[in-house]
Design a protein around this ligand. Sequence first.
Ligand SMILES: *[C@@H]1O[C@H](CO)[C@@H](O)[C@H](O)[C@H]1NC(C)=O
Ligand SMILES: *[C@@H]1O[C@H](CO)[C@@H](O)[C@H](O)[C@H]1NC(C)=O
Length: 534
Amino acid sequence: MTTRVAEQENYKECMPFARQPLKSIYIAQRMFTTLVMVLWWTIYYTVTPRKHRPRPSWSLKQIICVNFTRRIYKVTELAGVTWGTRNPEETCDNRSLKETRFEWIEPLPEEMRSGVIVDSQAECKRVGVFTWPRDAPEATSSEKHDPKASEVDLSDVEAGDVPVIGIFMHGGGYCHMSAHENAPTSKIPRRLMKDKAFTQIYAVDYRLLQHAPFPAQVQDAAAVYYHIVQQHQRQNTPSAGSSELSSDSRNTNDGNVLRKDYLTADHVPQHVKDRAENEEARGRMAQAARNMRCKIVLIGDSAGGNLVLALARWIRDEARLPLPDGLLLLSPSCDPSHAFPESPSSYVPRPHADTDYLVDTPEPRALLQRTFLGNHPLEMMHSPYVSPASQKVLRAFYGDAFAESVQDLTIARLNSVARAHLRTMESAPNTPEEGPPAGLELGRSPTSLERPIIASPRGLSLFSEFPRACVVLGDAERLEREVTKLVGAMERDGVEVKTVWVKDGAHDVLMMGWWDEDVRTKVYNDIEAWLKEV
Ligand SMILES: *[C@@H]1O[C@H](CO)[C@@H](O)[C@H](O)[C@H]1NC(C)=O
Ligand SMILES: *[C@@H]1O[C@H](CO)[C@@H](O)[C@H](O)[C@H]1NC(C)=O
């Protein structure tokens, strides 16, 4: 394993200033000149009229924060500096924590490992989590052993007093930050807990790209999700153990469709099989969901949003665990494929270069993404697990018309007629309901072997059956276009999405130290209103 870590760290060798003493010199130089620039920006924006600011509504602090972050980001790109990280294999002493407790979660059990998680380049490991609040609530700690306690819990459920559990995946481009309470991204769970929006929030210390390549991050997220489902399942129902909801439940299912499937396996068209299989999978997930004594909401900012989407996809694709009750996506990164010249979209610059601190320098971005993929083929960049809103993926599922139409649209500016049109636009091949039966156009089917990676099982569309989502994005951020595409695709597949626009917002403002507090409070109010509906 040490060799793997070393291998993963190798990416820094391609950077011009990653070695000492150049590294220190470069960082010192960059820091110094940036501080000088801060002085300059302060003077410049104090004396010039407001209309010359990148956004007239911005305060001096906001401008400096954006310009500073953008400039300092170069040291990540050229010297491989990462911010706010910790070693994910190290135990954190509870005594050093003020708001959270640290626990190890067991690796995902063997029998649950399926689908994208099974991989030769990353192995399932135990995962550290930082959990808010510091002291575990009574009911949760006693429920496993004390039958009376679980009865009490059940009556709570009937009274509508269901605990709401958050699982937080921090942002940081898969190379910065950690789940530790002191990481800047922890502002988000801290605030949600302070506002009493959640009973508990588990912040997952998943492995960053310098520790292990994809799908290690999904393995870690899945291990925590599985653990929480186990903790909060009713113990008294026979099929409570979700791991028992194995695929042989199809034997006991006496649905006609299934029997036909067995008898005439070779003659049944694929879409009929898909539909039957899907009915069965839905039944299984619904049964598992009925056994839950809590609501689970997956939360992720930036790259953490990308991971939330991947975890939700894995849960849906494998259909062995209940789906979460909601996804809270804060400026989710959903098209990292943009960094590669192989992607058509990489030739279209991302919007809002002047008002966001994210940078678009191609080589360093591609280097980080390549490291993230490990030794997997480059094609994997276009897996819906990695780039769910890449143009290639959207095209495979919805056809050209959709992939292109969403390119420049900003949903906020659409009227209801245009939105309705988006949803009912002529179906692309292989969307489960209205599409022509798959098999007729094998070449264009997303599940065909020609495109083995861009596919969903059981004839599902890209986001069908995903839980409801709340998506927060700034109208001044570089991810605006890809997130808008994501929302469009989710809505088209029938997912209920609430979009919260941050006016003049840069990327991921909820974790920025210096952002306008009034703007943030408004966003949190909107998020919490949505959570109440979940
Ligand atoms: C921290 O405390 C929690 C309970 O409060 C406990 O489950 C956990 O094992 C402790 N972690 C460590 C590393 O001791
Ligand atoms: C701050 O950054 C923006 C975007 O790059 C730039 O246009 C602006 O000139 C910068 N401000 C100053 C005073 O350099």
